[in-house]
Design a protein around this ligand. Sequence first.
Ligand code: NAP
Length: 291
Amino acid sequence: MKGRSMAQELLGKPVIAALKEDLTRRVESLKGNGVVPTLAIVRVGEREDDLSYERTALKRAEGLGIEVRRFVLAEDAGQDALMDVIAQVNDDSGIHGCLMFRPLPSAYDEEAACEALCPAKDIDGIGRAALAHVFTGRGEGFAPCTAAACLEMLDAHGIDAAGKRVVVVGRSLVVGRPVAMMLLERNATVTVCHSRTEDLERTIREADIVVLATGRARAYGASCFREGQVVLDVGINVDAAGNLCGDADFEAASAAVGEAGAITPVPRGIGGVTTSVLMKHVVEAAEKTVF
Ligand code: NAP
Protein backbone atom coordinates (compact mmCIF):
# COMPACT_ATOMS: atom_id res chain seq x y z
CA MET A 1 0.00 0.00 0.00
CA LYS A 2 3.06 2.21 0.40
CA GLY A 3 3.14 5.07 -2.08
CA ARG A 4 -0.55 4.74 -2.97
CA SER A 5 -2.85 7.65 -2.33
CA MET A 6 -5.82 6.92 -0.13
CA ALA A 7 -9.42 7.61 -1.09
CA GLN A 8 -11.48 10.56 0.00
CA GLU A 9 -13.36 9.65 3.17
CA LEU A 10 -17.09 10.20 2.89
CA LEU A 11 -17.86 11.16 6.46
CA GLY A 12 -21.27 11.16 8.08
CA LYS A 13 -20.54 14.25 10.17
CA PRO A 14 -21.18 16.99 7.56
CA VAL A 15 -24.30 15.14 6.39
CA ILE A 16 -25.59 14.95 9.96
CA ALA A 17 -24.80 18.66 10.49
CA ALA A 18 -26.66 19.71 7.33
CA LEU A 19 -29.67 17.59 8.28
CA LYS A 20 -29.60 19.08 11.78
CA GLU A 21 -29.71 22.62 10.43
CA ASP A 22 -32.66 21.84 8.17
CA LEU A 23 -34.57 19.81 10.77
CA THR A 24 -34.08 22.35 13.57
CA ARG A 25 -35.85 24.95 11.46
CA ARG A 26 -38.67 22.55 10.57
CA VAL A 27 -39.14 21.41 14.19
CA GLU A 28 -39.45 25.08 15.26
CA SER A 29 -42.05 25.66 12.58
CA LEU A 30 -44.03 22.61 13.73
CA LYS A 31 -43.88 23.78 17.32
CA GLY A 32 -45.09 27.20 16.16
CA ASN A 33 -48.13 25.33 14.87
CA GLY A 34 -48.64 23.60 18.20
CA VAL A 35 -47.15 20.24 17.18
CA VAL A 36 -44.21 18.61 18.97
CA PRO A 37 -42.80 15.99 16.60
CA THR A 38 -42.81 12.75 18.55
CA LEU A 39 -41.08 9.43 17.99
CA ALA A 40 -42.18 6.19 19.64
CA ILE A 41 -39.48 3.61 20.26
CA VAL A 42 -40.72 0.05 20.72
CA ARG A 43 -38.17 -2.33 22.16
CA VAL A 44 -38.62 -5.95 23.20
CA GLY A 45 -35.84 -7.19 25.47
CA GLU A 46 -32.43 -5.70 26.22
CA ARG A 47 -30.23 -6.52 23.21
CA GLU A 48 -27.05 -4.47 23.42
CA ASP A 49 -27.20 -3.23 19.80
CA ASP A 50 -30.83 -2.11 20.31
CA LEU A 51 -29.85 -0.26 23.49
CA SER A 52 -26.94 1.38 21.72
CA TYR A 53 -29.14 2.55 18.80
CA GLU A 54 -31.75 3.73 21.33
CA ARG A 55 -29.17 5.87 23.20
CA THR A 56 -28.03 7.46 19.93
CA ALA A 57 -31.62 8.10 18.84
CA LEU A 58 -32.52 9.67 22.20
CA LYS A 59 -29.53 12.00 22.02
CA ARG A 60 -30.16 12.96 18.40
CA ALA A 61 -33.87 13.60 19.09
CA GLU A 62 -33.07 15.71 22.13
CA GLY A 63 -30.67 17.84 20.09
CA LEU A 64 -33.44 18.56 17.61
CA GLY A 65 -36.32 19.13 20.05
CA ILE A 66 -38.06 15.92 18.99
CA GLU A 67 -39.87 14.12 21.79
CA VAL A 68 -39.36 10.40 22.32
CA ARG A 69 -41.73 7.99 24.04
CA ARG A 70 -40.31 4.60 24.84
CA PHE A 71 -42.35 1.42 25.02
CA VAL A 72 -40.19 -1.29 26.52
CA LEU A 73 -41.38 -4.88 26.86
CA ALA A 74 -39.71 -7.79 28.60
CA GLU A 75 -38.34 -10.37 26.21
CA ASP A 76 -41.07 -12.82 27.25
CA ALA A 77 -43.93 -10.27 27.24
CA GLY A 78 -45.58 -12.07 24.33
CA GLN A 79 -47.19 -11.21 21.00
CA ASP A 80 -50.44 -9.88 22.51
CA ALA A 81 -48.58 -7.37 24.67
CA LEU A 82 -46.59 -6.21 21.66
CA MET A 83 -49.71 -5.87 19.51
CA ASP A 84 -51.32 -3.81 22.31
CA VAL A 85 -48.34 -1.45 22.32
CA ILE A 86 -48.51 -1.06 18.54
CA ALA A 87 -52.26 -0.35 18.76
CA GLN A 88 -51.52 2.29 21.41
CA VAL A 89 -48.92 3.90 19.12
CA ASN A 90 -51.35 3.84 16.19
CA ASP A 91 -54.19 5.40 18.23
CA ASP A 92 -52.14 8.20 19.80
CA SER A 93 -52.35 11.26 17.53
CA GLY A 94 -49.49 12.80 19.49
CA ILE A 95 -47.10 10.15 18.11
CA HIS A 96 -45.95 10.75 14.54
CA GLY A 97 -43.52 7.94 13.87
CA CYS A 98 -42.43 4.62 15.34
CA LEU A 99 -39.13 2.78 15.45
CA MET A 100 -39.50 -0.88 16.42
CA PHE A 101 -36.24 -2.70 16.99
CA ARG A 102 -35.75 -5.87 15.00
CA PRO A 103 -35.16 -8.69 14.85
CA LEU A 104 -37.74 -9.41 17.53
CA PRO A 105 -37.03 -12.41 19.77
CA SER A 106 -37.81 -15.60 17.83
CA ALA A 107 -41.03 -16.34 19.70
CA TYR A 108 -42.66 -13.26 18.14
CA ASP A 109 -44.45 -13.02 14.81
CA GLU A 110 -42.41 -10.15 13.41
CA GLU A 111 -44.34 -9.85 10.17
CA ALA A 112 -47.64 -9.47 12.03
CA ALA A 113 -46.10 -6.76 14.22
CA CYS A 114 -44.70 -4.89 11.21
CA GLU A 115 -48.01 -5.07 9.36
CA ALA A 116 -49.92 -3.85 12.43
CA LEU A 117 -48.10 -0.52 12.49
CA CYS A 118 -50.08 2.19 10.75
CA PRO A 119 -48.29 3.05 7.44
CA ALA A 120 -48.33 6.81 8.20
CA LYS A 121 -46.20 6.13 11.30
CA ASP A 122 -43.96 3.53 9.67
CA ILE A 123 -40.95 5.81 9.41
CA ASP A 124 -38.43 2.97 9.04
CA GLY A 125 -40.21 1.26 6.17
CA ILE A 126 -40.91 -2.05 7.90
CA GLY A 127 -44.41 -2.69 6.54
CA ARG A 128 -45.50 -3.82 3.09
CA ALA A 129 -47.12 -0.48 2.24
CA ALA A 130 -43.84 1.37 2.72
CA LEU A 131 -41.88 -1.19 0.73
CA ALA A 132 -44.51 -1.15 -2.02
CA HIS A 133 -43.97 2.59 -2.27
CA VAL A 134 -40.20 2.15 -2.53
CA PHE A 135 -40.53 -0.62 -5.12
CA THR A 136 -43.31 0.84 -7.26
CA GLY A 137 -43.07 4.57 -6.71
CA ARG A 138 -46.83 4.49 -6.07
CA GLY A 139 -48.66 5.35 -2.87
CA GLU A 140 -46.97 6.81 0.17
CA GLY A 141 -44.52 5.62 2.73
CA PHE A 142 -41.04 6.03 4.13
CA ALA A 143 -38.05 4.10 2.86
CA PRO A 144 -36.03 2.06 5.37
CA CYS A 145 -33.75 4.62 7.04
CA THR A 146 -30.44 2.91 6.22
CA ALA A 147 -31.26 2.70 2.53
CA ALA A 148 -32.29 6.36 2.57
CA ALA A 149 -29.07 7.22 4.44
CA CYS A 150 -27.02 5.85 1.52
CA LEU A 151 -28.73 8.32 -0.80
CA GLU A 152 -28.31 11.19 1.68
CA MET A 153 -24.60 10.38 1.76
CA LEU A 154 -24.30 10.47 -2.03
CA ASP A 155 -26.36 13.66 -2.33
CA ALA A 156 -24.49 15.49 0.40
CA HIS A 157 -21.17 14.71 -1.25
CA GLY A 158 -22.41 15.70 -4.70
CA ILE A 159 -22.24 12.18 -6.17
CA ASP A 160 -24.82 11.67 -8.90
CA ALA A 161 -25.75 8.02 -9.48
CA ALA A 162 -27.61 8.66 -12.75
CA GLY A 163 -26.22 6.55 -15.58
CA LYS A 164 -23.63 4.95 -13.25
CA ARG A 165 -23.08 1.23 -12.75
CA VAL A 166 -24.03 0.41 -9.17
CA VAL A 167 -23.38 -2.92 -7.49
CA VAL A 168 -25.27 -3.57 -4.25
CA VAL A 169 -23.94 -6.54 -2.27
CA GLY A 170 -26.73 -7.84 -0.01
CA ARG A 171 -30.43 -8.30 -0.77
CA SER A 172 -32.20 -7.84 2.57
CA LEU A 173 -35.42 -5.86 2.73
CA VAL A 174 -33.78 -3.53 5.26
CA VAL A 175 -30.87 -2.39 3.12
CA GLY A 176 -29.91 -4.18 -0.11
CA ARG A 177 -33.20 -4.35 -1.99
CA PRO A 178 -34.58 -0.92 -1.06
CA VAL A 179 -31.29 0.87 -1.76
CA ALA A 180 -31.11 -0.89 -5.13
CA MET A 181 -34.63 0.29 -5.99
CA MET A 182 -33.93 3.83 -4.83
CA LEU A 183 -30.79 4.01 -6.96
CA LEU A 184 -32.67 2.56 -9.93
CA GLU A 185 -35.22 5.34 -9.44
CA ARG A 186 -32.26 7.73 -9.67
CA ASN A 187 -31.42 6.20 -13.07
CA ALA A 188 -28.43 4.15 -11.99
CA THR A 189 -27.83 0.78 -13.66
CA VAL A 190 -28.09 -1.54 -10.69
CA THR A 191 -26.83 -5.08 -10.08
CA VAL A 192 -27.81 -6.79 -6.82
CA CYS A 193 -25.42 -9.48 -5.54
CA HIS A 194 -25.82 -12.00 -2.72
CA SER A 195 -24.29 -15.13 -1.23
CA ARG A 196 -24.92 -17.17 -4.41
CA THR A 197 -23.43 -14.63 -6.84
CA GLU A 198 -20.65 -16.13 -8.95
CA ASP A 199 -17.45 -14.18 -9.45
CA LEU A 200 -18.52 -11.53 -6.97
CA GLU A 201 -15.15 -9.76 -6.95
CA ARG A 202 -15.20 -9.19 -10.71
CA THR A 203 -18.77 -7.89 -10.53
CA ILE A 204 -17.87 -5.45 -7.76
CA ARG A 205 -14.81 -4.23 -9.68
CA GLU A 206 -17.01 -3.35 -12.67
CA ALA A 207 -19.10 -0.90 -10.62
CA ASP A 208 -18.73 2.86 -10.40
CA ILE A 209 -20.55 2.85 -7.05
CA VAL A 210 -20.49 -0.10 -4.64
CA VAL A 211 -22.88 -0.56 -1.71
CA LEU A 212 -21.71 -3.21 0.76
CA ALA A 213 -24.48 -4.53 3.03
CA THR A 214 -23.66 -8.10 4.01
CA GLY A 215 -22.53 -8.02 7.64
CA ARG A 216 -19.18 -9.72 6.85
CA ALA A 217 -16.39 -8.05 8.81
CA ARG A 218 -13.59 -6.69 6.56
CA ALA A 219 -14.47 -9.27 3.91
CA TYR A 220 -13.95 -7.08 0.83
CA GLY A 221 -10.30 -6.26 0.21
CA ALA A 222 -8.00 -4.91 -2.50
CA SER A 223 -8.97 -7.52 -5.10
CA CYS A 224 -12.61 -6.34 -5.08
CA PHE A 225 -11.93 -2.74 -6.01
CA ARG A 226 -10.41 -0.56 -8.72
CA GLU A 227 -9.36 3.03 -9.01
CA GLY A 228 -12.02 5.74 -8.88
CA GLN A 229 -14.86 3.78 -7.30
CA VAL A 230 -17.22 5.15 -4.67
CA VAL A 231 -17.76 2.65 -1.84
CA LEU A 232 -20.65 2.95 0.60
CA ASP A 233 -19.99 0.54 3.46
CA VAL A 234 -23.23 -0.14 5.34
CA GLY A 235 -21.88 -3.05 7.37
CA ILE A 236 -21.65 -2.66 11.12
CA ASN A 237 -19.59 -5.52 12.46
CA VAL A 238 -17.34 -6.31 15.38
CA ASP A 239 -14.00 -7.88 14.47
CA ALA A 240 -12.15 -10.58 16.39
CA ALA A 241 -10.39 -7.90 18.46
CA GLY A 242 -13.73 -6.39 19.47
CA ASN A 243 -13.43 -3.33 17.21
CA LEU A 244 -16.27 -1.90 15.16
CA CYS A 245 -15.64 -2.33 11.44
CA GLY A 246 -17.41 -2.38 8.12
CA ASP A 247 -17.75 -5.00 5.40
CA ALA A 248 -14.78 -3.53 3.53
CA ASP A 249 -11.19 -3.93 4.60
CA PHE A 250 -10.99 -0.16 4.87
CA GLU A 251 -7.26 0.36 4.39
CA ALA A 252 -7.03 -2.01 1.44
CA ALA A 253 -10.19 -0.71 -0.21
CA SER A 254 -9.17 2.90 0.27
CA ALA A 255 -5.77 2.29 -1.32
CA ALA A 256 -7.36 0.36 -4.20
CA VAL A 257 -9.88 3.06 -5.14
CA GLY A 258 -7.17 5.69 -4.63
CA GLU A 259 -7.51 9.45 -4.48
CA ALA A 260 -9.92 9.44 -7.43
CA GLY A 261 -12.26 7.28 -5.36
CA ALA A 262 -14.16 7.66 -2.11
CA ILE A 263 -15.25 5.41 0.75
CA THR A 264 -17.38 5.67 3.87
CA PRO A 265 -15.52 4.64 7.04
CA VAL A 266 -17.06 2.49 9.80
CA PRO A 267 -17.73 3.99 12.28
CA ARG A 268 -18.17 7.69 11.28
CA GLY A 269 -19.94 6.86 8.00
CA ILE A 270 -23.46 5.71 7.11
CA GLY A 271 -24.47 4.57 10.63
CA GLY A 272 -24.86 8.04 12.16
CA VAL A 273 -26.63 9.33 9.06
CA THR A 274 -29.24 6.59 9.50
CA THR A 275 -30.24 8.05 12.88
CA SER A 276 -30.57 11.52 11.33
CA VAL A 277 -32.72 10.12 8.53
CA LEU A 278 -34.94 8.56 11.20
CA MET A 279 -35.42 12.05 12.69
CA LYS A 280 -36.08 13.50 9.25
CA HIS A 281 -38.83 10.94 8.72
CA VAL A 282 -40.41 11.79 12.11
CA VAL A 283 -40.46 15.46 11.12
CA GLU A 284 -41.93 14.65 7.70
CA ALA A 285 -44.61 12.47 9.31
CA ALA A 286 -45.45 15.28 11.74
CA GLU A 287 -45.56 17.83 8.90
CA LYS A 288 -48.10 15.67 7.08
CA THR A 289 -50.46 16.11 10.04
CA VAL A 290 -50.19 19.91 9.90
CA PHE A 291 -49.33 21.33 6.47
P1 NAP B 1 -28.88 -9.56 6.40
O1 NAP B 1 -30.36 -9.48 6.47
O2 NAP B 1 -28.16 -10.61 7.18
O3 NAP B 1 -28.48 -9.71 4.87
C1 NAP B 1 -27.17 -9.94 4.48
C2 NAP B 1 -27.09 -10.04 2.98
O4 NAP B 1 -25.73 -10.28 2.65
C3 NAP B 1 -27.91 -11.20 2.40
O5 NAP B 1 -28.60 -10.78 1.27
C4 NAP B 1 -26.85 -12.23 2.05
O6 NAP B 1 -27.12 -13.00 0.89
C5 NAP B 1 -25.65 -11.34 1.74
N1 NAP B 1 -24.42 -12.12 1.92
C6 NAP B 1 -24.07 -12.87 2.99
N2 NAP B 1 -22.88 -13.47 2.76
C7 NAP B 1 -22.49 -13.10 1.51
C8 NAP B 1 -21.39 -13.39 0.70
N3 NAP B 1 -20.43 -14.23 1.11
N4 NAP B 1 -21.31 -12.82 -0.52
C9 NAP B 1 -22.28 -11.99 -0.96
N5 NAP B 1 -23.38 -11.68 -0.23
C10 NAP B 1 -23.49 -12.23 0.99
O7 NAP B 1 -28.20 -8.19 6.84
P2 NAP B 1 -28.77 -6.67 6.77
O8 NAP B 1 -29.78 -6.47 7.82
O9 NAP B 1 -29.07 -6.31 5.37
O10 NAP B 1 -27.47 -5.90 7.25
C11 NAP B 1 -26.28 -5.92 6.49
C12 NAP B 1 -25.21 -5.17 7.26
O11 NAP B 1 -25.62 -3.82 7.40
C13 NAP B 1 -24.95 -5.67 8.68
O12 NAP B 1 -23.58 -5.51 8.98
C14 NAP B 1 -25.75 -4.74 9.54
O13 NAP B 1 -25.21 -4.60 10.84
C15 NAP B 1 -25.62 -3.46 8.77
N6 NAP B 1 -26.70 -2.50 9.01
C16 NAP B 1 -26.33 -1.22 9.20
C17 NAP B 1 -27.30 -0.28 9.41
C18 NAP B 1 -26.87 1.17 9.56
O14 NAP B 1 -27.57 1.95 10.11
N7 NAP B 1 -25.74 1.54 9.03
C19 NAP B 1 -28.63 -0.63 9.48
C20 NAP B 1 -29.00 -1.96 9.21
C21 NAP B 1 -28.01 -2.90 8.99
P3 NAP B 1 -28.32 -14.09 0.82
O15 NAP B 1 -29.57 -13.27 0.66
O16 NAP B 1 -27.99 -14.90 -0.35
O17 NAP B 1 -28.29 -14.83 2.13
